[in-house]
Design a protein around this ligand. Sequence first.
Ligand code: HEC
Length: 213
Amino acid sequence: MQRQITIGLTLVGAALLVAGCHTDMWQQPKVKAQQKSEFQGFSNKAASRPLVAGTVPRGKMKLDEAFFTGFQDGKLVKELPIQVDEMVLKRGQERFDIFCSHCHGRNGDGKGMINQRGLVLVRPPASYHSDRLRNMPIGHFYDVITNGFGVMYRQAPGVEPADRWAIAAYIRVLQTAMNGNLNDVPSDERSKLEASAGKPSIADAATPGEEKS
Ligand code: HEC
């Protein structure tokens, strides 16, 4: 009996071992990255081929012109192509502080740390609080982030399209905050503001570590 059990177990073990030894999937013909190909049709002998022209990853077709370019029919869009809520503005603020504020300043006045430390080779970063940029269609900000502007290089690689719009929306917040007056404030909030007059406001807000002159 003992012997039969031993033989049985040995057979089961052997069967498992043999079953695990299939190498046909492992050894199938295939190309690895950077490998050479002898295929006659590939004149440069590279096994990895570039994508066929016009290939678009599934679900990544950029059909929405306004959303992906900031233009519609050749004109800068005047309205945000996304829904704006508090979350979007907070996201815009966060992304702006990360990707733009070191040049443009936390409040968009163009006096970020890079400007203050004299690292301005050709032109200083723009202030967003000029009449021209206040009246600029919002698509312009998307376009500047996407393609750069003058000496400013493009920020597209670090900032996804939806985040570019969030930043554009937040630039409008900065513009409004820096150019508002008391009439823009709801009447019940005005008295609070008047009471705090003389205390620091957003216009004085400095980038942390910034030296006030
Ligand atoms: C490395 C510094 C730097 C960074 C980072 C930077 N900018 Fe700029 N930006 C500049 C400079 C410099 C100019 C002025 C370019 C010129 O006039 O040639 C400028 C100009 C602009 C303008 C004005 C365009 C116009 O019509 O005059 C906008 C809007 C702008 N930047 C938005 C952004 C946003 C949004 C970000 C972040 C996503 C950003 N920038 C990041 C340096 C920077």
